[in-house]
Design a protein around this ligand. Sequence first.
Ligand code: SAM
Ligand code: SF4
Length: 359
Amino acid sequence: MIQDILNRQALTQEEIIYLLQTKGEERTLLFKKSAELKQRYIGNKVYFRGLIEFSNICRKDCLYCGIRRSNKHINRYDLTDEDILKAAEFAYKENYGSLVLQSGELMNNAFTDRVEYLLKSIKKLSNNQLGITISLGEQSEETYQKWFDAGAHRYLLRIESSNPELYYKIHPNNATHKFDTRIDSLKTLKKVGYQTGTGVMVGLPFQTFEDLAGDLLFMQELDIDMCGMGPYIEHHETPLYQYKDQLLPLKERFDLTLKMIAVLRILMPDINIAAATALQAIDPIGREKALKIGANILMPNITPGMYRDSYALYENKPCTDEDASDCKNCLEARIKLSDNEIGYNEWGDSPHFRIRNLN
Ligand code: SAM
Ligand code: SF4
């Protein structure tokens, strides 16, 4: 049974659920298959995206997120343009190839113009060499276009859950948190021309295997170019914390995330898949484990150290007390151990995007 499933790229929801529930030898076969496909379609290079979490100010109130607007118990910060550009310069000098600009979601002209300025400045300081991914939430088509024209070429916007019912259990049901807006935003990003990435949290309260299988089929149907999926980790200052006793143990959430990555690699062998930071919050070599079985993108945190604690989306966020260069050195050694090599100075674009655009 399992061999037949593993040799196909078109899987039913039932077959995906079967794979997500594998144990023992069958689990090993799943990971072997996803590792083989990664090697065949992507190779063993891991691409870096230096992650700059430049502000934790957010207009939204997602029920799982530690930096949601209603959490009054965190220090809000907003890096200066100078600090952001310094971090970008660090990524450039360290030959990272790309960076990610991420923050809470703001939607106003001043924010749009500021990001546009930052994008242009990063392109300039790196002689157009740094690739730029942004992850700045839902915006108008005009804003997406403005940022694309300013130099961003990849965009990450997780759907969080592709099942509207679950979506509304983890978000307030109001005008700023509309499921349909999220879907429309993903479509708009593709239309504007971004390499478009989405993803979900794994192990959310109320989430079923049917939901997770549906998420993977959703990504295949939307024909995404990139994915970032990580375990859900509870934060005590959020409304979803009340369901903490109903969650899978952290280790199981971790294992299920690895299986989600492996199955996605089978469904979409040539996309970029990130080894999410939240994996490392559960297992110190969690990201390297993901790289071994199918992921190919890593986002070392290069946010200046003193702000890292304040970008606490969940508890036990790793590396908040280290500076950016410490992170790079420890990562380098661990990536070598996971039989991968770092694609320094390369953008490491999604092969799927290139092929999608040839057709
Ligand atoms: N504000 C933007 C957005 O929501 O798209 C970008 C930043 S947001 C902090 C990035 C991602 O963090 C979200 O898409 C969400 O999946 C993840 N996240 C938030 N809270 C989390 C939690 N408690 N556990 C794991 N991931 C979480
Ligand atoms: Fe804001 Fe993003 Fe957190 Fe939602 S997930 S509260 S949009 S930072």
